[in-house]
Design a protein around this ligand. Structure first.
Ligand code: NAD
Length: 369
């Protein structure tokens, strides 16, 4: 018997990514799965239905959702779609169960064993499964390209017959995975790049990419490699120094985040008002409210001559490579419990135990006892 795996066609508006590629379909088959792919699932990511068939998958019919034991997706399926899944099925994706009550209720009503990949512990072993990192890399890259597109200037220094053009000054706020990719991308475009973060170890990472570390006198390393929330005094100090600095900056790309919280507000409306007309802010944190007070998620607005863009789902803009990476992440995670044509969950494996939602009964019992 083979495990029935279903690759969903994404339902969310504007979502172009897909959770499996022909490459990962082949790997799933080799692990003993029978893979069905919903028609059109990969088209926006450059993968035809035929390419999946050539890899050994089958076209999913109307009955596939109610039959699949393992369902792969990028974004959470709508609650109605969850209600149509097989009782007790396993669902893998960026599911954010707590973000939507109807979704959480649908998952629980169906007894779905959900693995929201955003909950994956960020250990060394988990790196190959880390969708937050792989997708943040694409988001950071695209954010800089959007900034370059909106900016009324060149990024690089140019020496021309019409005189010398000075390079753009680009500031990247937050130097996590997205921020570091943004720094690297802005450098490749020839800009003068600065970055800052509250985690002190980012100084070396920013410098290794050819950026300059902007020291705002605040250090706030938290647990698990993440930042912690700043105290009021730290925030005030960071803001005072930043306000001054922004007056000389042409382009700001915001990427700062604190897990499980709204994005920290770092660039205030007053700071935006103090920037030169023609400056550009691209706020990659728009998804969680934005780092800039002037950001309107999903919109590009102008304030006093400063353009502020709050693009959403940037990873989807690079759907081909984002899907390639996402699908590998998903396969590597699934390989923890899909073996020899069966699903077997080892709850002693922290990557499974800590990612599962709700906690598997075995894990919940061990924690209670
Ligand atoms: P994230 O998206 O949660 O945050 C982005 C960045 O914003 C972080 O660098 C954070 O320090 C910064 N930030 C938060 N508040 C800020 C503030 N007030 N001002 C300035 N910057 C602020 O983080 P992420 O990019 O997903 O990951 C953060 C770090 O976690 C990585 O850079 C890495 O060190 C670690 N990590 C480890 C692994 C692993 O080992 N498997 C994988 C991924 C990430």
């Amino acid at each position: 018997m083979a495990v029935e795996v279903l690759v969903l066609r994404e339902a969310a508006a504007g979502e172009k990514r897909v959770a499996a590629t022909p490459e990962t379909v082949k790997k799933l088959l080799a692990a003993g799965a029978r893979v069905q792919v919903e028609p059109g699932a990969g088209l926006a990511a450059g993968i035809t239905d035929q390419a999946y068939l050539d890899a050994g998958a089958q076209a999913a019919g109307a009955a596939a959702r109610a039959a699949a034991e393992l369902v792969l997706c990028v974004q959470p399926p709508p609650a109605e779609a969850i209600a149509g899944l097989r009782q007790g099925a396993t669902l893998v994706g960026v599911l954010q169960p707590q973000a939507d009550e109807a979704r959480a209720a649908a998952l629980q009503a169906r007894g779905i064993r959900a693995f929201p990949l955003e909950r994956l512990p960020r250990t060394t072993r988990a790196q190959a499964m880390d969708v937050l990192s792989s997708q943040a890399g694409m988001a950071g890259y695209k954010a800089v390209l959007i900034a370059a597109q909106l900016a009324p200037r060149f990024f690089p220094m140019l020496t021309t017959a019409a005189g010398t053009i000075r390079p753009s000054k680009v500031l990247i706020v937050g130097a996590g995975v997205a921020g570091l990719q943004a720094i690297a991308t802005a450098r490749r475009l020839g800009a003068q790049v600065e970055g800052f973060d509250v985690r002190p170890e980012t100084r070396e990472q920013i410098e290794s990419l050819g950026g300059k570390f902007l020291d705002l006198g605040v250090s706030a390393a938290g647990e698990g490699g993440y930042a912690r929330q700043l105290t009021d005094e730290e925030r005030a100090e960071q803001q005072r120094r930043l306000a001054d600095h922004l007056k000389g900056i042409d382009v700001v790309v915001c990427t700062a985040a604190v897990p499980g919280r709204p994005a920290p507000k770092i660039v205030t409306a007053a700071m935006v008002a103090g920037m030169k007309p023609g400056s550009v802010i691209v706020d990659l944190a728009a998804e969680t409210g934005g780092n800039c007070e002037a950001t309107r998620p999903g919109e590009t607005v102008e304030q006093g001559g400063v353009t502020v863009a709050g693009p959403l789902n940037l990873a989807s803009m690079g759907a081909v490579h984002a899907s390639e990476m996402y699908a590998r992440n998903v396969y590597n995670f699934v390989a923890l419990f899909l073996k020899d044509g069966a699903l077997a969950f080892d709850w002693n494996d922290e990557l499974l135990a800590k990612t599962a939602w709700p906690a598997a009964p075995e894990v919940a019992a061990a924690e209670a006892g």
